[in-house]
Design a binder for this molecule. Structure first.
Ligand SMILES: CC(C)(COP(=O)(O)OP(=O)(O)OC[C@H]1O[C@@H](n2cnc3c(N)ncnc32)[C@H](O)[C@@H]1OP(=O)(O)O)[C@@H](O)C(=O)NCCC(=O)NCCS
Length: 314
């Protein structure tokens, strides 16, 4: 393979290409130079099995076609960094970084920044809308580096095993597609669904798994709730203890459904229409438990007491 023909992207004299089985030896050589990183994240030295896994392992449901184990070669010859990237994981449009590792004596010279910027441009051209990664809590320099690259912390995952070590992993994300969705110009799409759950941890894992597969990403998180957003719609879970109180809006299950209106005037028009139909409006302060609920909206109930909200754009 001639790297000058086969590189994926290039910046200055650094060339990126996909690594394969024939590169096992140079991968192992680079990893061996980075032992202190592996001791930090896995509590043990790296072995040759790890290089093989790096080349072949993919998350469940992903094939090797979605995996980009990239080597960065100085002048096209010397491997100085490795990037492990999965396309469209955990959902279409989201790309995931498993590892970015520079040779130790190349760090802190601005090279990571340069390589990341070029990588990001390439991923955007390939259709990435957001980029995610996980950093172990005991690697604050990496968190700092990724913040500088524009990433934000979206969640913390406890008890994630790496080698023989259990880590807290800080999940960080950068939105690459900055064309934020405009509020819908028409009424009707779901604005949000709020569900009450009896065990936030258990339900959070289930809904997080499902919604991330559908393209949602974590939106807000607190001790009493969590939400995921996709486009104009979010789904939120709220912890409830009122298991047997079937009539309360705090009972487990659906708390309420919310639909987009086109404007505040549109919400006011709904108010009038509901009055004419003798459907009373609810006092949201007493009926609902949403956090930061300062939207311009109205609440009412259907004949089975299901609560509905109509929301104006912010
Ligand atoms: C994390 C990593 C990829 C960053 O790459 P890097 O080349 O070291 O990053 P940069 O040099 O661009 O930036 C790192 C620091 O160097 C500083 N720096 C940038 N240009 C510099 C220069 N010309 N001279 C000196 N320092 C410089 C930056 O200000 C930055 O400092 P800060 O974080 O305190 O603000 C690299 O350090 C690495 O491989 N670390 C080990 C593995 C790891 O932790 N990976 C992340 C988890 S996936």
């Amino acid at each position: 393979m001639n790297i000058f023909n086969d590189f994926i992207f290039k910046v200055h004299n650094f060339y990126a290409r996909k690594l394969g089985k024939k590169d096992l030896v140079i991968i192992q050589q680079l990893l061996t130079k980075c032992q202190s990183y592996f001791k930090l994240v896995a509590g043990e030295a790296v072995n040759s099995e790890y290089s093989f896994d790096l080349l072949s392992k993919t998350p469940p449901d992903k094939t090797i076609d979605d995996k980009f184990l990239l080597g960065i070669f100085e002048d096209g010859f010397e491997l100085i960094a490795i990037l492990d990237i999965i396309r469209d994981f955990p959902a279409p449009g989201i790309w995931f970084l498993g590892l970015m590792l520079l040779e130790p004596d190349r760090r802190n010279q601005g090279l990571g920044h340069l390589i990341y910027d070029t990588l990001e441009d390439w991923m955007k051209r390939e259709g990435a809308k957001s980029f995610r990664l996980g950093v172990v809590e005991q690697n604050p320099n990496a968190v700092k580096f990724w913040r500088r690259m524009g990433f934000e912390i979206v969640e913390k995952r406890e008890n994630v095993m790496a080698g023989k070590q259990s880590n807290t992993v800080i999940v960080m994300q950068k939105i690459l597609d900055l064309t934020a969705p405009e509020p819908p110009s028409f009424a009707g799409p779901l604005h949000h669904i709020e569900l009450n759950v009896t065990d936030l941890d258990r339900s959070g894992k289930f809904w997080g798994w499902l919604l991330e597969k559908l393209g949602y990403s974590t939106h807000q998180k607190s001790d009493s709730g969590i939400s995921w957003k996709f486009g104009h719609t979010y789904v939120s879970l709220t912890q409830t203890d009122r298991v047997n109180d079937k009539l309360s809006c705090s009972s487990p299950g659906l708390n309420h459904l919310a639909f987009h209106a086109t404007s505040r005037k549109h919400v006011d028009e709904f108010c009038e229409l509901l009055k004419k139909k003798n459907v009373p409006l609810l006092d949201k302060q007493h009926q609902l438990h949403e956090v930061n609920n300062d939207r311009y909206s109205i609440y009412f109930r259907d004949p089975d007491n299901i609560t509905i909200e109509i929301v104006a754009p912010e």
